[in-house]
Each structure stands twice: as C-alpha cells, then as structure tokens.
Design a protein around this ligand. Sequence first.
Ligand SMILES: [Zn+2]
Length: 500
Amino acid sequence: MNPSRSLLVIGLLVAHAASAAPDLIIANVRIVDVTQGVVTAPADVSIEHGRISAISPVADAERDVPRIEAAGAFLAPGYWDMHVHLNHPTLAERWALPLFLASGVVAVRDMAGDCLTPGCKNNIKFMRDLQRRIDTNVILGPRIVAISSAIVNGPRAAEPGDPAWATPATYEQGRALARRMKARGVDFIKPYDTLPRDAYFGMMDEARRLGLPVSGHIPHAVSTLEALAAGQRGIEHAKHPAVDCSRFSRTFRDVVASWTAGDSPRIYRSWADPARGDENLGSFYPLMLATFDASICQNVIAGMASSSSYYIPTLITRKFEAFGDDVDFLDDSRLRLVPASIRSAWQKDSANFQRRFQDPQEKRSYVDFYELAMRLVGQAHEAGVHMLVGTDSSDSYCFPGSGFHDELKELSRAGLSNQAILFAATAAAAQYMGQADRVGTVSVGKQAELVLLDANPLEDIANAARIRAVIRNGKVLDAKMLSDLEANVARFVAEPESQN
Ligand SMILES: [Zn+2]
C-alpha cells in the first residue's frame, strides 16, 4: 500500500468512527415480526456495514444519509428456499439466481450440488466458486447457505460412469461413502429413494461420527421413524411420511428392501425396468391410499414432532404430479421465463403423466395422494413438526423465485397460519442452518437481508410477493432493478445460448 492511500483509508475510518452515521435508513416502515405474528408501529431502520444498527422512532431526515422513504410499507426478513437445484453453471447465473432475488429469495440451499460423473461441470468446485462470487458481489444472487453431495442411491440406480463407491450396498460401503463425501467438501449428504437399508445405516453412523449432516429423501426401504432415530436432519418432499401412514407400508418397505438389496426382482412401477429383469408390481399409490390408517399416522407425526429434524414438504412437486396432464395447469404465462432446454424437460415429464393418466384410476390416485400429503402437512404443523419452505426448483413447474410464492400458497391451503408460513420461510431456516444469531429476523445486530413489501403478508400470504425492494449483502435492489433482473432473464431465454 502506498503512503497516500493508507492515509486515505485511515481518514475514512476516523470520519466513520466520529459520526457513526448509518449507510442507509429505511424510514417510516412497519416491521413484520415473524415470531410473534405482529407488525410494529412505523419505525426507522438504520443499516450500517450491511447490519441493522438501530430501530428507532420515526424521525426527520438526517442530512447526507441515504434513505428509503417506506411510507408505512412493511419490512420482513428475506426468504429462504431450502430445496433448490442450481444444476448448470450458465443457467444458475443467468436464469435461476436473478429470478430468486427478484422474488425476495435471499438464501438458497442446493440439493444436488455435486456431481461424480467424470467431466461433469456442475460439481462441488463449481458450486463453491458460485457461492464465493455471490458473497463478494461479483454476481447477483441469493446466498448459497449449503451445498449437498451428489444424490446417494444404491447399485440399482447406478449411472454409467459413476464411481462404484457412489452407490453403496453394504453397511461398510455406506460408511466409506460418508468419508468420501466428507473429503469432497460437501456441507451435507443427500440420500435418495433406492439406497439399500444396510448402506443407509452405515452412511448415517459414519456421517454422525464425522459431524456431517444428512438431509434428503428417506430411502423407501427405511421408515420415517427409523430415519429420525438414525439422525436424518431434513426430510424432503411430502411423500415418505404419507406412505408410512398406511397399513401397507410394511409390505411396501419389505418389497423395496429386498429389491434394493438385490435379493428379489419384484418392485413397484416407479422403479421397475423390464430390461433389467424387474418384475413390475404396478403402482403403489392405490394400495397405500386404500390402507391409510389415522392411528399409524399419528405415531409417525408424533415421532417427527418429538425429533429435532425438519420437514420440507415441497408441495408444489406433489401438485405437478397430480396435474401434470392438465392443460390449464401446464399453460403458465411464466414459461416465457424458462429456457428451452428446461421447458423441453418439463414437457417430457408432463407427456409422461398424460400417458399414465389415460388410466383414470391412476390419475385419481395422484390427485388423492396430493390431497393426502397436504392434509398431513397441516397435521404435522399442528403437532409441532419443524418446517421449512422448499420448492425443488427447477424441477417440472417449480419456477425459480415465483415458485417460492406458489409453495407459500400451498402451505396456506394445508392450514398453516400466515405467521407460521413466514416463520418457516425465514427464521426457521436460519435456525436450521445455525445462523439464527445473525439472520432470519428484522432485529438490531442482524445482517440486513430484507424484503420491503407493499402490503402486510400476515394478513394475506400473497402479499409476500408484493416486493418493493430487496436488501442484502450491503446492496439495495429497488423495484426498477428487480424488474431489470427479470427483463435480463427474458432476454437470456431468447438467446441461442439458453438452449443448451
Ligand atoms: Zn430436489
């Protein structure tokens, strides 16, 4: 550093210490308290070095301090989408990340942040780099709060090119996998549907020893209560607990367990591949729905409520499965903001459901399952299960950003109060990540990760989408900047580059 430059730096520091002026005041704003479910009287919120330094009675403008005149608008903590897939280096940067911010999502957890196939670009190295570039404001995006392993399945689901250790079958192989994942530097392990029981329990034991969290699907050969006892921290998708609520669940688990262990070729249609010699047992949804048992269910939900694990229902994924054949549902104006490559994957998915749902009973079972899953989410909430908001963006019809607000509406339909939904969308996620002391509410001393809203989201959850500005990482994104983000995405979607 040359002498004149160092003098300048000292000068700035002295000036700052002398005045202790905030960098920004959000004036005359009502604060949304997501814990108590109330809004405060209008106040001035001062922000200094990206932190909330004071919340004080409304006062006249101080000279030289930049202000946002909120005129009684509402200030809430920024939103956390705890189940996303950023997937692709270009699409993350030019498509999903700006759309998240434009919808008030200031933090995301990536649920398949590593890739083990040789030559694969969307791996942990890319994700760490993306995380760093966001943190240093090189690119605009929500904070990436955690990056998962590649999904962990059993040998039945091995993809060509995947290393053998990545699809464990035995207890010891499960333990070895946890060590490998730790060495790759991921933040947590994500298990998937067809992981064999032995491998799952080996992985869980070793992950616990290593202090590596596990969050994801519960493998179908394992029950919800077993997964909770083994220490799984996050249960994704409103699927597994619903399956466990039936008298058929025991048979279902046994069938899947012996198929995943390689002992039997008999398996339900979701996984059956005749080319591999599987014997297709048909759909399990009708069996499960016909044998639903409220008393079994109560036990499952009580187990979830008494554990310290979190439930991330992603109800919009269940909704797509139920209505993936419905032209009205599929005709969504937001598709104009979806790159052709993603759109065609979504179309393939819906074509699949259109084929399947030519059997009306099959259609019925998916709609009923969606309704059941929603009912159980309401019951789980009432029982005190910790909940987070996740979308599974960019799975079919899980729109990055705006899909978050779709999920809030689903949770409202499930019976959660607006306060409970907002809490799950903000403070609960900060708690889950062990960051509640520095983010997740609008409080003095916390980082300013905020959304300024035109209307009170505690009155109507749809108001959570009425965003006037987003404040995060020391930057204010006003309404014009947020709409520019969307316009940039529209331009990108029109480019040939977005087709890949
Ligand atoms: Zn997912």
